[in-house]
Structures are given as structure tokens and as C-alpha cells.
Write a protein that binds this ligand. Structure first.
Ligand code: VG1
Ligand code: CO
Length: 542
């Protein structure tokens, strides 16, 4: 088969962000845009010759065409083998598992995760390395470098191949294996969790609801929760993946998973509720009349993971992203294990997981995971919660309250100011960073600043350094405010304000979150002069 060499020129702005390259779908559909990036990935990793990759995506608009393009380019670049899910579908954690299980040379994951999908919405692509995790900065920098110097890409002139039939096909000299997207992942979950105990708990009347948000986890949730664990049909809702996620944001938080929230925040709703995002790596956990903040979820899972067979021997350590609340730190202290604080983005957990320094990891942005794969994993978190609840035989709210009584409660919230003019967002960050040295000792809204800095990280495994990872302001008494610019948006800039406040007084553990945080929010507004953004309030509060 004739390999075609297509001349091209560099395209601006192909720099991967927090999690791969994310742009408007129409940008990805422009001539050479996808091709330039894919060729740059291959060039940055020393070529594709003789290599095996996993390729799959969350099924959003343009997924199907983009996969065919990637397959042709992989074949033209000499790849030996590509593994993909039926229909080109794979959740991000399932892709990570396949990359690891088949000892491949990495994978290309097509997703813009929790961002909406459609021709006028978002698309994304990221490269994962052979450990199954998102490429670290050294690799994403090399990819970006390659996009700046590209002058040709390689492809084949072939029709689209059938991805609906499980089995093997040849594309040029490259083998394409189409596999069941769910089977290997479900098998892994069954190894980690006590399915018998969860099945019994459900059979005894424990009612669950899982909202797949019209995204990739529908088939996974149906197979695992309904077929394997015996939850009644209809437990997984919005379970058929659609190209535009039913027109919504596939983002599992109280703002976007409103129907699920309404169902659970009542006295006669299900016992347990959960949702996942576009590509299946995020999770939101709810109980009857009870919302679990992702930071609390990480702390509760860390304290109770030993109840699941896969973690029965205890945890080597835990890691959280810097803006994630410090709730898990106190659990780690109690367990006598190390707690690492990393920059935002799952790629920073990879080395800690590979080196056996951390077993569980988590982010405030509804992400939790473990060393079973190298991505955060929505359904995994749901199953670990279910395993713990089946073992402790208590409700979500009881488990949470007992946890707070023992460790105190980190009231926590994130306020997002979205799609701002880039200059306004940069000016706000500059206002805060300009004050960092002078803040300690000053008081705002009755809170005294004890420490303020710009977060920099040195990877304890390979010594690589990342600076400018968010501005931290620590107040006396365990309160904290963090400012950061998002690295996943596709429109203007998004400022994230993360606030937390530690409460240990037993009578104050069940308060209103925004009220408890009011002084920290006020202090943050004063310091950053947020009013200058000219917004009536945050666009999203989680
Ligand atoms: C956001 C979250 C971050 C997460 C990233 C990818 O990044 O804050 O914690 O790792 O999304 O998640 P940012 O740079 O916009 O704050 V996903 O599920 O979108 O792959
Ligand atoms: Co995601």
C-alpha cells in the first residue's frame, strides 16, 4: 500500500494543557490540524515503527472520523498493531488498562472529558505513555516542539475500516484489533472489589442510581452495576452514549448533574447516587440527602480502602493535587503513610504510582483513582464506595459524619470564573502574585495570612521541576485560598478560586458550606480584587 507524504506547515497553539490538546471541534476539523498533532506525537516519541498503540475515545462528535485518520497515520508511520474498542469507544480508565495489560507503547485518547461535545463544542486528544498514564511534561513539551517544526505527515489513501465488528483486520501492514471496550475493565474491577458483598448489599435493598450523563460509562455501568452486581435495570440512567451528550455538559457535579442531585437530596430517594463524566474518569458521590465533596471522598476512601480486597494490605501512600483540600493529609498522618502534594493534572501522579510511593490519588475536581491504572477512574471510585458501604453497613451520611467526628471537617468549595478575557484573568493572577511577599502577617475578613507562595513542585522520583502551579494563601487556623488558571478550557481564560476551612468543633460539622467559608471567600475577594472581573459571581460553584 502506498504511503503518502503530505507537506504541511506548523499550526499555532498546539500545546497540550492540563490533559492533552483541547480545542473547539471545528478547529480540530480544520485541514491538517489533527494530522499535524498526531504526526508530532509519533515524531516526539521516536517514531511509530514496529510499535503497538491503544486508540479510543469517548464517542463525542468527530470521534469516529478522527480515529480513522489516526489509524491510517499509525499504519503509514509503520506501527505494527493498534487496539481499539468496538466503535472506537473506550473510557479513559479502560484505555489506560488496555495500554498496561497489553504492554503497549502507549495510546491516543480522543476526548475533551467533561467539556460538552458537538460540532460547535469541544474535542480533544492526548497521548498516554506505556505505563498507561498521561504523558508527563517532558513528553508533552517534546510533542509541542514537534508541532512547531513539522513539515510533513504520513498517511494512507484507504477507505474507513469497520470498527463495529470484534476481531482483527489489516490496514496496510498494521493489524487493527477491535475489542469489547468493557470486558477487560470489568474483569479488573472484579479483582479489586468484593462483588459478592456488594451484590448481597444490593439484593438486601440498598438502592443505587448511576448517571452516565449520556457519555462513555453507560455501557460500563450497565455491565458492572446491573449485569454483574444485580442492581435492577434502570439503575444506570442516561446510559446510551451520544455524540453531544444529550446536549448537556457531561460534568458530574451538582451544577451539571442536577436531576441526579434532585433525586438524591430527598428523604425517599435512593441510598446512593453517582455520576461520571464524558470520558469516564471523574466521579461524583452522593448519599440520601448527602453530597460528598471530592476532597472528602479521597479522605474517606483512604481511611477505608483496606475493606476492599484489592487494598486489604493497606496503602503505600496517598497523593492529592495541591488545590485539593487537606482532609486526606490527616488520614495519612493517622495511618502513618506519606501524603504527596502535586500540581493539578493526573500526569503528576504517574511517577508516584509507578514507584510504589502512592496507592490512592485524588483531585478536588471529582477525580479519584489508584495504582490499578494510571488515570483517574470514575466507576472504580463508585465501586470502592459501594464495597466500603457494603462492608460497614452504614449510610453515606453516617460514614461521612463519623469521618468528620474523627478527623475534623475541611469545608471546601471551588468557584470558577469562566470564559474571561485572557488579559483580565492574567491581571488578577498578577495582582495576587505581586502581593505574595507582603501578605504574611496581614489580616483579611478577620483571617491572618500565615504563608503565601506560588506552588512549585519537584517530582520526588525523577527530580523534574514544575513551577507556577497556583497561588496559595494560607490563613491561621487551617483556612486556605488558592488561585489557579484552568488548563483545559477552549474559550478565553478561567480563573479557579479554591477555598477551604478546617472545622473540628463537633457541633459545627453539619453547617452550610458557603456560609462556613464566607470569611475565606471574602478574604480572597479582597486580596485579588475579584470585583475587577466585573462578574456578579462565579459561573460555577462546586
Ligand atoms: C481540570 C481539573 C483538573 C483535572 C483536569 C482534567 O483542569 O481542575 O483537576 O485533572 O481538568 O480532568 P484545569 O486545568 O481546567 O483546572 V478531565 O476529567 O477534564 O480529563
Ligand atoms: Co474526564
Amino acid at each position: 500500500m502506498e504511503i503518502k507524504t503530505i507537506p504541511t506547515t506548523p499550526i499555532d497553539g498546539q500545546k497540550p494543557g492540563t490533559s492533552g490538546l483541547r480545542k473547539k471541534t471545528r478547529v480540530f476539523m480544520e485541514a491538517h490540524y489533527l494530522e499535524n498533532f498526531v504526526q508530532s506525537v509519533f515524531d516526539a516519541i521516536g517514531g511509530a515503527e514496529g510499535k503497538t498503540f491503544v486508540v479510543g475515545g469517548d464517542g463525542r462528535y468527530f470521534n469516529a472520523e478522527a480515529i480513522q485518520t489516526i489509524l491510517r497515520m499509525a499504519a503509514a508511520n509503520g506501527a505494527k498493531h493498534v487496539i481499539t474498542g468496538r466503535g472506537g469507544l473506550l473510557s479513559t480508565p479502560a484505555a489506560s488498562n488496555l495500554i498496561r495489560k497489553n504492554a503497549t507503547d502507549g495510546g491516543l485518547i480522543l476526548s475533551a472529558s467533561h467539556n460538552p461535545g458537538g460540532v460547535d463544542e469541544d474535542f480533544g486528544l492526548k497521548f498516554n505513555i506505556p505505563n498507561g498514564g498521561p504523558a508527563p511534561e517532558s513528553v508533552t513539551n517534546a510533542i509541542f516542539e514537534a508541532t512547531c517544526n513539522i513539515n510533513r505527515y504520513l498517511t494512507l489513501d484507504t477507505p474507513a475500516i469497520d470498527l463495529e465488528t470484534i476481531g482483527e483486520t489489516l490496514l496496510g501492514k498494521m493489524t487493527v484489533s477491535v475489542v469489547d471496550p468493557v470486558a477487560d475493565y470489568a474483569e479488573l474491577m472484579e479483582e479489586l472489589f468484593d462483588f459478592t458483598a456488594i451484590r448481597e448489599h444490593i439484593a438486601n435493598g440498598f438502592e443505587i442510581r448511576f448517571d452516565a450523563m449520556h457519555a462513555i460509562t453507560g455501557p460500563y455501568a450497565k455491565a458492572i452495576l446491573e449485569d454483574a452486581l444485580g442492581a435492577p435495570s434502570g439503575t444506570a440512567i442516561n446510559a446510551i452514549p451520544s455524540e453531544d451528550f444529550g446536549g448537556g455538559h457531561p460534568d458530574p457535579n451538582p451544577a451539571w448533574a442536577k436531576d441526579l442531585m434532585n433525586e438524591l437530596m430527598s428523604d425517599d430517594g435512593p441510598d446512593f447516587g453517582a455520576a461520571s463524566d464524558g470520558d469516564g474518569d471523574r466521579n461524583m458521590i452522593l448519599g440520601r440527602n448527602c453530597y460528598v465533596s471530592p476532597s472528602d471522598s479521597l479522605a474517606v476512601l483512604t481511611a477505608n480502602a483496606h475493606l476492599a480486597p484489592g487494598y486489604a494490605n493497606g496503602l503505600a501512600g496517598v497523593a492529592r493535587s495541591m488545590p485539593t483540600s487537606c482532609a486526606v493529609d490527616r488520614v495519612a498522618l493517622e495511618l502513618g503513610i506519606e501524603c504527596f502534594e502535586t500540581p493539578t493534572g493526573w500526569k503528576f501522579f504517574g511517577n508516584l504510582l509507578d514507584a510504589g510511593k502512592a496507592t490512592l490519588c485524588g483531585e478536588e475536581s471529582f477525580g479519584t483513582g489508584s495504582d490499578h491504572v494510571r488515570e483517574k477512574d470514575g466507576l472504580w471510585a463508585v465501586l470502592l464506595w459501594l464495597n466500603i458501604l457494603a462492608s460497614r453497613k452504614c449510610s453515606v451520611s453516617e460514614l461521612l459524619l463519623t469521618h468528620w467526628e474523627k478527623y475534623g471537617r475541611n469545608y471546601y468549595s471551588r468557584h470558577d470564573f469562566e470564559a474571561l478575557p485572557i488579559a483580565d484573568a492574567n491581571a488578577l493572577m498578577a495582582r495576587v502574585s505581586g502581593q505574595l511577599n507582603d501578605l504574611p502577617g496581614k489580616s483579611f475578613a478577620g483571617l491572618e495570612v500565615t504563608k503565601a507562595d506560588s506552588f512549585a513542585y519537584e517530582d520526588p522520583v525523577d527530580g523534574s521541576k514544575s513551577s507556577n502551579q497556583g497561588l496559595r494563601i494560607q490563613f491561621s487556623g487551617g483556612a486556605r485560598a488558592v488561585f489557579r488558571l484552568s488548563g483545559t478550557g477552549t474559550e478565553g481564560a478561567t480563573v479557579r478560586l479554591y477555598v477551604e476551612y478546617l472545622e473540628t468543633e463537633p457541633s459545627k460539622l453539619n453547617g452550610d458550606v458557603q456560609l462556613a467559608l464566607a470569611p475565606v471567600i471574602e478574604a480572597a475577594h479582597e486580596i485579588a480584587d475579584i470585583a475587577k472581573l466585573g462578574r456578579p459571581g462565579p459561573d460555577v460553584i462546586t
